[in-house]
Design a protein around this ligand. Structure first.
Ligand code: CO
Length: 214
């Protein structure tokens, strides 16, 4: 069977299974969504947000891109962030990276891949910020793992620098921003314990005041 047909067949089986468990499953979802979590993850096909967290449709609002980046000029990311924080009022924003990330690996090398090089440039900036620590790791796999972690930490930091997050902290003490890393080899998610819930941990240059009312 052609793969796209297998997907449609898979969908039918999935619908039947859901209805078997709960005849109102789709009727309830169709009424609306109120997810408590925004997930910013990698596009990698092996890291599906709902599946690895044992959550169902309706529980996680998802944004995925190559190497789970928070690029402050990315209108797509900013729109997802603003909508989930200011309209859906999510309580947690999770940046989840993963060991073995092809984007991070590519950023560590000097090979050209095309347009994506511009995206990966942001990861090279993370490397440069932590160059002393990273260059001191002799084992290449260990250095790769550490860059995956540091990249997640910097994206958590970049989220905290946005006016969207800082205004939400000021007005309703939410959401908490977390940094996680998923292991492809074990399936286990590691919490990097770099959660931010206020701008006080940010260097003053990134702290912004409440907007002027005109
Ligand atoms: Co990846």
């Amino acid at each position: 069977m052609e793969i796209y047909k297998a997907l449609l067949e898979g969908n039918k089986k999935w619908v039947n299974q859901r209805l078997l468990e709960d005849p109102e499953f789709f009727n309830n979802l169709a009424k609306g969504q109120s997810p408590q979590v925004l997930w910013i993850g990698c596009s990698d096909s092996r890291v599906p947000a709902n599946e690895i967290t044992g959550t169902k449709p309706g529980e996680i609002f998802v944004h995925r891109n190559i190497a789970n980046m928070v690029v402050h000029t990315d209108m797509n990311m900013l729109s997802v962030l603003d909508y989930s924080v200011n309209v859906l009022h999510v309580r947690h924003v999770i940046v989840c990276g993963h060991y073995g990330c092809g984007g991070v690996k590519a950023a560590m090398g000097s090979q050209q891949f095309g347009i994506i090089d511009n995206w990966l440039r942001n990861i090279k900036d993370v490397y440069r910020l932590h160059q002393t620590e990273l260059d001191a790791i002799a084992d290449e796999d260990a250095r790769f793992d550490r860059l995956v972690e540091l990249n997640v930490m910097e994206q958590v930091f970049d989220l905290s620098k946005t006016s969207i997050i800082q205004n939400a902290w000021r007005t309703r003490n939410s959401p908490v921003v977390h940094g996680w890393v998923y292991s492809l080899k074990t399936g286990i998610i590691k919490d990097l314990d770099v959660s931010f819930d206020s701008s006080t941990k940010l260097p003053p240059i990134y702290q912004i005041e409440s907007p002027m009312i005109v």
